[in-house]
Design a protein around this ligand. Structure first.
Ligand SMILES: O=C[C@H](O)[C@H](O)[C@H](O)COP(=O)(O)O
Length: 227
């Protein structure tokens, strides 16, 4: 599995050119991409490339690996964003947020000229929600009320608990995460919009209609899916 992740991360480098502003996603697959990107920058094979991190994780990795970082408020545009995903359906709709970085990821990926997604073949599903819950970032004071409201959607929501801290996971933005399991997600775009209409919801992990290209690491090589 790690080799498949490395292979898609290497393939993603072909999309990066001099003078690009690159959105840097979060997670184990993007970590390889940031490492390889840093290598090309350090070896001067790429010039004037800047990364816009989507999390503390991607910021730290970029700094460690020699990728110059800038904030979203310092750039006029983002040429390309590169990120992993937890599920990809046949229309290239995504579930993201296993790493709790969904809000900043969506802010940056929505604005990128091209949004390139890197996954291994285990992430491909027929229907979103088949394997993974939908993460929902919420204002802490509202978590219980929102968890109850989610039941209207024929779903159950669980507060995500931390493993190296007592109590809940706290996101980079200081919020909580609810993991919502839906009986069946018929229309991802519809659900994405409806969830964000609930007061107290900051953002949710359905990324409908924004991925442009998905690189899939398979045992037979890297496959390219396009919308
Ligand atoms: O918040 C985390 C992100 O959405 C990740 O991009 C996603 O969970 C995929 O991560 P990985 O490449 O580690 O499977």
């Amino acid at each position: 599995m790690e080799e498949l992740k490395r292979a898609v991360a290497r393939e993603a480098l072909k999309f990066i050119e001099d003078d690009m502003v690159v959105g840097l996603g979060t997670g184990s697959t993007t970590a390889y991409f940031i490492e390889y990107l840093g290598k090309l920058i350090m070896e001067e094979e790429l010039e004037d490339v800047y990364g816009v991190p989507t999390s503390y994780q991607s910021r730290m990795l970029a700094l460690e690996n020699g990728v110059p970082v800038v904030g979203l408020d310092e750039v006029d545009a983002i040429d390309i964003a590169v990120d992993g995903a937890d599920e990809v359906d046949p229309h290239l709709n995504l579930i993201k947020g296993r790493g709790a970085a969904l809000t900043m990821e969506k802010i940056i990926e929505y604005r990128a000229g091209t949004f390139l997604v890197l996954v291994d073949e285990s992430k491909l599903v027929e229907r979103l929600g088949q394997k993974m819950p939908v993460p929902i970032e919420v204002i802490p004071a509202a978590w219980r009320a929102i968890a109850e409201e989610i039941e209207v959607f024929n779903a159950t929501a669980e507060l995500r608990m931390a493993s190296k801290k007592d109590g809940p996971v706290v996101t980079d933005n200081g919020n909580f995460i609810l993991d919502a399991r839906f009986h069946r997600i018929e229309d991802p775009l519809d659900l994405e919009i409806e969830l964000n209409n609930i007061p107290g919801v900051v953002e949710n992990g359905i990324f409908a209609d924004i991925a442009d290209v998905v690189l899939v690491g398979t045992r037979e090589g890297v496959k390219r899916l396009e919308r």
